[in-house]
Design a protein around this ligand. Structure first.
Ligand code: AMP
Ligand code: MG
Length: 509
């Protein structure tokens, strides 16, 4: 039962015990060659105050609601052995060399008896990997991570999760739009959880520096603890392991496409080895269906991480992981098989999701044209993705007037084209789409950008009621919840169209 204190838990430090680490504890930002981690303690904060708590994760770990000072980085208990992980990564397509946990510190792993869960504080001060920044996080980005990671879980999207959000009682200075206007903002720390926070970039750093010994040790460690059904005994065995990572990554991205999530910064250091959505930063949700939309202002020029490009970036990132594992192979040519497998698995899962979104009995070759046509019409005028698919799940006749609420400007919607498409869909499903399947694939509620912003605006005035309401609402995103419909099942309000934090997100967090 969930009634223990942190000190009663069974803490492990497998990563520290079994992979090479830094000889120095803490210390300034620096290069730390040949290691997987550096020991470093969270920086104590002046007034840590617990603001949000996930009962579900508390229950999983086995603890009762507690821990302002522990979760605020000001206290450690016996068994915790905190460290920052070293990794590298490709950022926006370029090799960025050593990155690492610059604003995250793992407290330790908890063995619950059922599973081992890693607990990590995000925003608890600098580490040897903080480079030029302070290792802290602001309230707005912490709320976005807490609410979104929990909402994604309930949407059925693989994700890291969040236990708590603590405000620190100190201000953190950020230049939110990078326009030379730095301002103080309230600081906060999220405690997030995952089986591990090992990333594609965790392997890349060793290969890119020619350190094949550490690469081998990390790969053995990862397989032993996180993929115990696999081994690295020969090329085929390694391919099997990589295929699993590839499929889990493809599945995660197919889910993103299904719910309209845009990660915004799919650098290889932000790709979990477990196929979990990780590192919630300048992410966003599609409101009007625009495959070219990216929430990340840093990406506004090239739009590398736009919604419609995510499956392709997943492949690109996966190819970087394959390259990183290459030195373990006798015959690295075999790696191409794994990349092909990624594409096949993405297509399989993506087709399955489209058949669920459209209430089809199965996905046939001819359905590809139906989906393609749908995507093309959806992009013609501003159309709300979530409302469109939810209303489509309920429609009684193939007429666009039943979907009026999904349009920002219904007058100018291409109604004839819509009716042609709706009729061909209606025939395809024999006038009886699988509505239950549609409602399980087309959420009614997602964390729209402006919804998160309203929660942030209130919290910055010490009112956490909007956070709590959204946290509850998004535990059942596929349910009707009529009491919330008027407030939260609606298109983006005009005030949010060009507001920072809604239509444009910054990496500055
Ligand atoms: P991201 O793409 O946001 O996941 O971060 C890229 C890299 O920058 C990672 O190595 C982070 O640890 C680091 N980083 C981001 N924000 C901060 C910060 N406030 N202080 C120190 N390091 C940071
Ligand atoms: Mg990151």
């Amino acid at each position: 039962m969930g009634n223990k204190s942190f000190a009663d838990l069974t803490w492990l430090a497998r990563f520290l015990d079994q992979t090479p680490g830094d000889e120095q504890e803490g210390g300034p930002s620096r290069q730390v060659p040949g290691v997987c981690w550096s020991r470093v303690k969270p920086t104590p904060t002046p007034n840590p105050t617990l603001r949000l708590w996930s009962e579900e994760i508390g229950e999983k770990i086995g603890i009762k609601k507690q821990g302002d000072s522990i979760l605020g980085g000001s206290e450690l208990v016996d068994g915790m052995d905190p460290y920052a992980q070293r990794y590298g990564g490709h950022q926006f397509g370029n090799w960025a060399r050593q990155l690492g946990d610059g604003r995250a510190i793992t407290l330790g792993e908890v063995d619950t008896g059922n599973e081992v869960i890693e607990l990590q504080l995000k925003g608890s001060g600098s580490t040897p990997y903080s480079r030029f920044s302070d290792g802290k996080a602001v309230l707005r980005s912490s709320i976005r991570e807490f609410l979104c990671s929990e909402a994604m879980f309930h949407l059925g999207v693989p994700t890291t999760r969040a236990l708590s959000l603590v405000t620190t009682g100190e201000d953190v200075v950020r230049d939110i739009m990078y326009d030379g206007r730095p301002a103080p903002e309230p600081g906060a720390i999220v405690c997030r959880t995952a089986p591990s926070f090992i990333r594609f970039g965790s392997f890349q750093i060793h290969t890119m520096t020619g350190d094949h010994e550490t690469l081998q040790t990390l790969a053995e460690y990862t397989v032993k603890h996180h993929f115990p059904e696999h081994n690295l005994d020969n090329d085929d065995a390694i391919i099997n392991w990589l295929n699993q990572i590839g499929e889990e990554t493809a599945l995660m991205i197919a889910h993103w496409m299904r719910v309209g999530f845009v990660h915004g910064v799919m650098n290889t250091d932000n790709m979990s080895i477990h196929g979990l959505t990780i590192d919630y930063g300048p992410y966003g949700w599609l409101e009007d269906f625009d495959p070219d939309w990216t929430p990340n202002t840093t990406d506004a020029g090239r739009k590398r991480y736009r919604y419609g490009n995510q499956p392709q970036i997943g492949a690109w990132n996966y190819a970087r992981l394959l390259e990183a594992i290459g030195p373990l192979f006798e015959d690295p040519e075999k790696l191409y098989q794994a990349l092909e497998n990624y594409y096949e698995k993405f297509e399989f899962h993506n087709n399955k999701m489209w058949s669920q979104k459209l209430g089809l009995d199965e996905f046939r070759k001819a359905d590809e044209a139906l989906v393609k046509e749908l995507i093309s019409i959806l992009g013609k005028v501003e159309t709300d993705m979530t409302i469109f698919f939810r209303l489509l799940s309920e429609i009684d006749e193939p007429n666009i007037s039943s979907l009026e609420d999904a349009f920002y400007d219904y007058e100018n919607a291409p109604k004839e084209e819509w009716n042609v498409w709706l009729n061909s869909w209606w025939e395809r499903v024999d006038r009886s789409p699988d509505r239950e399947s549609m409602k399980r694939a087309n959420p009614k509620y997602v964390l729209r950008n402006w919804m998160a912003q309203l929660a942030i605006d209130a919290a910055e005035k010490e009112d956490y009621s909007v956070c709590e309401e959204l946290f509850e609402l998004l535990k059942n995103p596929y349910d009707e919840q009529p009491e919330f419909e008027e407030k939260w099942f609606k298109k983006r309000p005009e005030w949010a169209r060009n507001r920072v934090g809604c239509s444009m997100l910054s990496c500055s967090s």
